[in-house]
Design a protein around this ligand. Structure first.
Ligand code: ADP
Ligand code: MG
Length: 241
């Protein structure tokens, strides 16, 4: 690949391979660089390794060969005790949401602020603002168990962004919501990107990179290809505004 590694790269995969057994090779010699503040879509067919790629960035899956760098650290040299601190800089929307069933949705969203020591009232007030924004203002006291998949997804997104993470990882964030909400969520990611967040959105929907004019990392059969944004952005005028 022609990209050159720089110190401001926030994530880089250097000749990375991953196998879950002799007949289950997921990645072969993957070289991918994610510069700080960039926005990438991670695409590829089902089973291509999109979720696994995000797990590697989130330090919940290690490669079997090669090196992964996160915030300029080789992930193999990160101590177990450091992982929670590093993860605080990463907002993540898992494909299966992973909300906490014993907390209502207001406290689920407030949690990243609470673990950083923000006082309950302030954390809840910010969480309420975000829940209002994602259209769940009437559901704040409910248990996540009572919500639909699309509603849980919106809670998971609010929780991922509340701490203004340096990196936002979203795994199929538009998978369970209707088109209008999907667009709204992607515009929220755009806003975060504009204030400097590095964003990676995994999606099987290959029209999104064109609609949002961001590069695409296309995973397929163990390899990753970087596809630059299309030259005709859909949501911008000729001056690029
Ligand atoms: N812990 C694991 N053990 C064995 N196989 C796994 C494990 N995690 C993922 N896989 C396999 O890796 C492949 C990629 O999975 P995944 O990352 O979920 O793909 P995608 O998100 O693109 O649909 C799949 O074939 C999946 O079965
Ligand atoms: Mg997946």
């Amino acid at each position: 690949m022609l990209q050159k590694k720089k110190t401001e790269d926030v994530i880089s995969f250097d000749n990375v391979s991953l196998s879950f057994g002799p007949d289950n090779k997921i990645f072969s010699n993957l070289d991918i660089i994610i510069p700080k503040g960039s926005f990438h879509f991670l695409t590829g067919p089902s089973g291509a390794g999109k979720s696994t790629f995000l797990k590697m960035v989130y330090l919940s899956q290690h490669q079997t060969a090669g090196s992964v760098f996160l915030f300029a650290r080789n992930t193999l040299h990160i101590n177990h005790s450091e992982i929670p601190y590093i993860r605080r800089k990463i907002g993540v929307v898992f494909q299966d949401f992973r909300l906490i069933p014993t907390l209502n949705i207001l406290d689920n969203v407030a949690l990243p602020l609470r673990v950083r020591g923000v006082e309950t009232r302030k954390a809840r007030s910010q969480a309420a603002e975000l829940l209002d924004w994602v259209g769940l203002e009437d559901a704040m006291q409910r248990s996540p168990l009572t919500l639909s998949g699309g509603q849980q997804q919106r809670v998971a997104i609010a929780r991922a962004v509340i701490g203004r993470p340096e990196i936002l990882l979203a795994d199929e964030p538009t998978g369970n919501v209707d088109d209008e909400i999907a667009l709204k969520l992607l515009h929220l990611f755009e806003e975060l990107h504009k204030v400097g967040t590095t964003v990676i959105v995994a999606t099987h929907n290959r029209s999104l990179p064109h609609t949002f004019h961001h590069p695409e990392i296309f995973l397929n059969q163990g390899t990753g290809i970087l596809i630059p944004p299309s030259s005709v952005p859909v949501f911008r005028n000729r001056e690029g505004k």
